[in-house]
Design a protein around this ligand. Sequence first.
Ligand code: CP
Length: 334
Amino acid sequence: GQKGESLASEAHNAPAPSMVGTSVITLDDLSIEQIRELLDKARYIDTHRKEVAHTCDGRVLATLFYEPSTRTRLSFETAMLRLGGKVIGFAGAQLASVTKGESISDTLKTVSNYVDVVAIRHPKEGAALVAADAASVPVINAGDGGHMHPTQTLADLATLRSRFGRVNHLTIGLCGDLTFGRTVHSLIETLCRFGDVRFVLISPKELRTPQYVLNRINATEDCSYVEVSDLSEVIGDLDALYMTRVQKERFFNEDDYLRLRDTYILDAAKLALAKPDMAVLHPLPRVNEIAKEVDDDPRAAYFEQVRNGMLMRMALESSVLGDELPGFADHENK
Ligand code: CP
């Protein structure tokens, strides 16, 4: 098996290789150094909002969302606006020419003439890769079916780092719909690259982690997993608990969804069994899986994740466009 690559997050090494022109379909498209640089850039952006406000002047982002979204689309768009760029796109395919039978390929060949970077969300696994192959500008996967959601993982990594000062040497529980939850697949894939993570996979037997994701853990010498179905039994061992929604839109059968949707509900009583500094993450939207009373607990990190999502998308958009953040290089070399 592979050993995880070092994060060395506080060491100021040489700049990471340029990300200009890179499409991001999975975070495997970026090196660990590039991911580390994005984390550093997001932290810099957070405290230098005015300095970076014209980084992407004259740039245009297209958001092509063939599936519903609140956070991902709005944060991709806000990120570009806050960097001085502009945004076009559609939210819901019903008003786009896909309804007339246009292919993803033709849409991307068209939109490449209009914009400098594209974010695409689509219900089909692999759609973002098809889009990137057709486009002549960088394409960022904003979620392709039950497959991957790499920019959510960037938000998750930023949140883990802000809570623990690192993203590994941790026991991380992932709970809920591990079959269809694309955020889980992206996060596991990337954490395996950092290495030294113990995964506790908590799901009903019908919603277990896909084999291709488990293979990734098996191939990593310093990562391991256990599969369990009872959250209360394991919550006390966890450094972080990543809750997920049961993905109604990916079920073939309504009865199965209704039977499984409320399997796990994190409430104050369950949280009382957890470590005092455990972090609760959730990509959102939530339905019932985290009780509202948990929001006031300092362990709740899910709205921090939302904020980190916007900052990480600012870092990624400027990086794939090759637009330098004013002052960042000097700041890092200090
Ligand atoms: N986390 C996430 O992808 O949220 P949206 O579906 O609202 O974009």
